[in-house]
Design a protein around this ligand. Sequence first.
Ligand code: FES
Length: 161
Amino acid sequence: MNIEFFLNDTLNTINSDPLTRLSDLLRDNFDLHRFSRGCNKGECGLCIVLMDNKPVLSCLVPAFRVKEKRIITYEGFRDSEDCNDIETGFTEAGFSPCKLHKISYVFLVHYLLERVSHPGETEIAAYFAGFHPICGGYSALRDGIDKAAALRFIRHNEQAR
Ligand code: FES
């Protein structure tokens, strides 16, 4: 089937088996070799992408579900101001997750900040409930989210002037 979707803001049409994993589709058609290194079971998080701005594990998404969606990979997100706020916040807070999980934290924090501009303790704890233990440390993650939220808030206010 022909599958039309945006990848990192570029419209693409790929002919694919509808049940092909999105992670395989990205690896085979866009030279994204990072997607060949994961577990393919929804356990490692290495294949995380944003689909219509929501984090999803691309190894669990069949190609037919991607039709007319907007997919953002970390490779397309990392140069954005939103990503810069998060990564700067992480650095300032001394939050340094392992390489394997870093992209998951970046996308999950982005998703959280899109919904709650200044998340509190309860929201952060609920959001990351499935992520224990947190590599890099929970209190550093919480501080990193606080700093990222402040940076994003300041930037949005400056842009609104
Ligand atoms: S490849 Fe491990 S969660 Fe998708």
